[in-house]
Design a protein around this ligand. Structure first.
Ligand SMILES: [Ca+2]
Ligand SMILES: [Ca+2]
Length: 286
């Protein structure tokens, strides 16, 4: 029936829920989510209405490429009535009653299948919250602006290696004197890094006199290559240059490393030049 004027609504519960995902175990140490890793999910169910919500139930069918980790489900209230010990489908938590303004948190972990179909780029799913007398609501990924969207995690179907690089050299050096720098490239992942390339640009003021052993000079860069770098293995390369510049000039030699299956990493050293004050003096004769 239509009504005119101001109506005071009866008390109603209003259920909303967010779901977030973080990388809990980076099994292959790739630095990102890939096959065999474990994700930690957290669902927060909130009653923003002004009346209690009753018979609140959270149900979550995980992404088909993940499996709930048995025994990983925790809830701030209520009872876990399905934790999918047998695998999929997944999870059901009876949260019971949520007072106005109250919220409940359910956390669980899910393991990404060790082998993912080629081309897999994301894992995505959404939990559903139901309550007595209310239309079920789906969870929102709070990371995105879009409301009510599934929680999505970018994954790499083929795990990539991850390199680290450390370039070392003196903080101060004599201008035009020989200065030696060493770069250590480490495979920090559990994946073999392939076609590893280390590059040192010979930028202005950095002059190489002798090509270092094992290096090539390509387009004003020192280049070392290694066909493979095993997990945990490292390669150390050193090079000696002369730094050109006036007293106080800072040169920043930089080294880069990348592999055909690992993104580029870089490190730099700041070296301040000391010019010999006597250099420009004419020789004393007589
Ligand atoms: Ca990973
Ligand atoms: Ca969102």
């Amino acid at each position: 029936m239509a009504a005119f004027g101001i109506t005071v609504p009866a008390g109603v519960p209003a259920i909303g829920a967010t779901k977030t995902a973080t990388l809990a175990t980076d099994a292959d140490r790739s630095g990102g989510t890939s096959g065999g890793d474990t994700l930690a999910y957290s669902v927060v169910v909130t009653n923003s209405g002004n009346q209690a919500a009753t018979s609140v139930v959270l149900a979550d069918s995980l992404d088909p490429l993940t499996r709930l980790v048995t025994g990983s489900v925790t809830t701030s209230q209520g009872t876990v009535t399905g934790d999918a010990a047998a695998g999929r489908p997944a999870l059901r938590v009876e949260l019971g009653t949520l007072a106005p303004g109250a919220s409940a948190t359910v956390s669980f972990r899910a393991r990404v299948d060790a082998t993912l179909p080629a081309g897999t780029s994301r894992i995505s799913n959404q939990a559903v919250v139901s309550a007595a007398g209310l239309t079920p609501v789906t969870t929102d990924d709070p990371v995105t602006v879009q409301p009510g969207d599934p929680t999505t995690v970018a994954v790499t179907a083929v795990p990539r290696a991850r390199l680290g690089i450390d370039l070392r050299g003196p903080a101060r050096a004599r201008a035009r004197g020989a200065v030696t720098y060493c770069a250590t490239v480490t495979n920090r992942s559990r994946i073999v890094a392939r076609s590893v390339t280390i590059r040192v640009p010979l930028t202005a003021g950095i002059v190489i006199r002798t090509r270092p052993r094992g290096a090539r000079v390509v387009s004003r860069r020192l280049v070392w290559t290694t066909p493979r770098l095993a997990p945990g293995a490292r390669r150390n390369v050193c090079f000696t240059v002369r730094l050109i510049g006036r007293n106080g000039t800072v040169r920043r030699p930089r080294a880069f490393a990348q592999a055909s299956n690992a993104p580029r990493v870089t490190d730099a050293v700041r070296t301040r030049l000391r010019a010999r004050p006597g250099r420009i003096q004419p020789p004393v004769t007589g």
